[in-house]
Design a binder for this molecule. Structure first.
Ligand code: OFO
Length: 172
C-alpha cells in the first residue's frame, strides 16, 4: 500500500529537516575549525554525514512506498558562534527540535494506521535518544572544563578520534 499524500508531504519535510541538520553541523564544523579546534570540527563533520544518512534513509523509504521525493530549499544555517559551548548547546537544542518533529511523524502514522511508516520511524525514535545524549554529553564536559585550555585541548583530541561514516576520495 502506498503512503498517503499527507504522509508523503510530511516525510518530504523531514528529508529537508535532516538536510538542514547536515548543513547546520557543517557550518558548526567550519566555525570550530576557525577556532583552531580540529578534533571538534572533525567530529561535527562526521555528525553532518550522519544527518545526510538520515535524509537518505527517508528518501529511499518514500520511493519504496510509491511516493515521490520533492526537494525543497534548504535554509541557510548560522555561521558563527561565540564559543564551542555555544555550538554544542545549539546542537543539543536542535536535536530536541528534531525529536519533536519525529514524534509528530509517528503521531501522524498512528493516526493514519500506517503501520509500515510507524515501524520505519521507530529507528529514528531510537536514534534521537542517542543524538540528544551525545550532544548533551559534550555540553556537560565543556561546562566542566570551563575555560581551562588544557581540558579543551584534551577533549579536542578525544573528539578527533571519531571515525568518519565514509571517506571522500582524495588526490588528483
Ligand atoms: Fe537526524 O538526527 Fe540529528 O538532527
Amino acid at each position: 500500500m502506498a503512503i498517503s499524500k499527507k504522509m508523503e508531504k510530511a516525510l518530504n519535510a523531514q528529508i529537508n529537516a535532516e538536510m538542514y541538520s547536515s548543513y547546520l553541523y557543517l557550518s558548526m564544523a567550519s566555525d570550530l575549525n576557525s577556532k583552531a579546534l580540529d578534533g571538534f570540527s572533525s567530529w561535527m563533520k562526521t555528525q553532518a554525514q550522519e544527518e545526510l544518512y538520515h535524509a537518505m534513509k527517508l528518501y529511499d523509504f518514500v520511493l519504496e512506498r510509491g511516493g515521490s521525493v520533492v526537494l525543497d530549499t534548504i535554509e541557510a544555517p548560522q555561521t558563527e558562534w561565540k564559543s564551542p559551548l555555544a555550538i554544542f548547546q545549539g546542537a543539543y537544542k536542535h536535536e530536541l527540535l528534531v525529536t519533536s518533529l519525529i514524534n509528530n511523524l509517528v503521531d501522524l502514522a498512528i493516526k493514519e494506521k500506517d503501520h509500515a511508516t510507524n515501524n520505519f520511524l521507530q529507528w529514528y525514535v531510537k536514534e534521537q535518544v542517542e543524538e540528544e545524549a551525545s550532544a548533551d554529553e559534550i555540553v556537560q564536559k565543556l561546562k566542566l572544563i570551563g575555560s581551562q585550555g588544557n581540558g579543551i585541548f584534551m577533549l579536542d583530541k578525544e573528539m578527533g578520534a571519531r571515525a568518519p561514516l565514509f571517506a571522500f576520495p582524495t588526490g588528483e
